[in-house]
Write a protein of this length. Structure first.
Length: 340
């Protein structure tokens, strides 16, 4: 084994087993990418396009490291853009102190030029975060963890949902055309948002092979006012309710809808016996205000399971809207982290 003879390329279909083996070695058999079905979901079924996987290979042509580039559609200042998220960087322990990492990242960066992808975002390491804070502070930030204990020991005063009897919350099993209509109405609520039409949401939640999600929709009559997607998971030995995504219409009707959605989500979590409810949500959004009203508190970073450092990278310097972006422009929820 020659540790210096590491080459970089793109993954081929016959590399799937080696990529899965490395992923299990790094994260264990229960990881989000542990089976061929999970691999196919992320790689082939995304409505935004097929994923691309830069890899590094040993002198026997076997994959010993990889990183995923998952295409996504973003709504940026009133325009739809093809973008991507970079995720799931794994290098075999024997190759971590070689030039393999540098070669892998160079190949990763080349994909954006080859495929004309103007922007990508990632959740990044502490070291990369500190580096970017010095070099480009407007492109990097930390998304706070919001937490609500659900055990009797902790009592939080929670404002009851507004009494608007016209607002109802329903459990749904699929993302129908009403989600497209809702997305059309709210798509420019924040400067940068991942597209949340029915096709994108169905791929992300309804078609995921190894996880099940609970979908709640708030409506007034036939008009959709908001939704949330939640699930239960065991996190560090604690049964936890996760607010994966929460988005409501603008105005007081949207806030009322959000209050009712969070009340229903809490009731569901309690029926499932969860001890905590957790979310990621950027501050200064209506959805963050709804969560805080529902009793969620900002977890001190020292107590968080990890620091959720977020960064974006612009690859097309000819697009002024992209060059003018700041971390404050982004709407980020737990779905932007957990799915990738």
């Amino acid at each position: 084994m020659d540790l210096q003879q590491v080459t970089a390329s793109l993954a081929r279909i016959e590399d799937t087993d080696a990529i899965l083996e490395l992923n299990v070695l790094e994260y264990g058999p229960g990881d989000i990418l542990a089976t061929r079905a999970d691999f196919a979901w992320r790689h082939d079924q995304n409505p935004a396009g097929q994923a691309i996987i830069p890899v590094i290979r040993d002198d026997q042509d076997k994959v010993v490291g990889f990183i995923w580039l998952v295409p996504l559609r973003l709504r940026i200042k009133g325009q739809d853009h093809l973008a991507a998220t970079g995720t799931n960087l794994v290098i075999h322990p024997e190759y971590r102190n070689t030039f393999g990492y540098t070669k892998l990242i160079r190949r990763f960066d080349q994909v954006f030029r080859d495929e004309n992808i103007p922007l990508h975002f990632s959740f990044i390491s502490e070291g990369k975060y500190q580096q970017l804070r010095k070099q480009a502070p407007q492109t990097v930030g930390t998304i706070p963890v919001l937490l609500r204990p659900l055990v009797p020991l902790f009592i939080f005063r929670q404002r009851p949902p507004a009494s608007g009897k016209e607002t109802t919350v329903q459990v749904v099993s699929q993302f129908d055309e009403s989600f497209d209509q809702f997305w059309y109405r709210v798509q420019d609520k924040y400067p940068v948002m991942a597209v949340r039409d029915s096709a994108s949401l169905a791929w992300r939640f309804a078609q995921f092979p190894s996880r099940r999600y609970h979908i709640l929709v708030a409506r007034a009559g036939d008009q959709m006012l908001g939704y949330t997607v939640i699930r239960c998971a065991t996190v560090r030995g604690i049964k936890t309710g996760l607010i994966m995504d929460l988005l409501v219409a603008s105005g007081s009707s949207g806030e009322t809808a959000g209050d009712r959605l969070m009340a229903e989500a809490e009731a569901y979590f309690r029926r499932q016996g969860t001890l905590l409810a957790v979310s990621l949500m950027v501050p200064c959004t209506v959805e963050c205000r709804i969560l805080r009203r529902a009793g969620y508190i900002c977890l001190p970073q020292a107590l968080a399971p990890r620091a959720f450092h977020f960064a974006f990278f612009v690859h097309n310097t000819n697009e002024r809207d992209l060059l003018s972006l700041s971390k404050q422009d982004w709407f980020i929820t737990l779905v932007n982290y957990e799915s990738f």
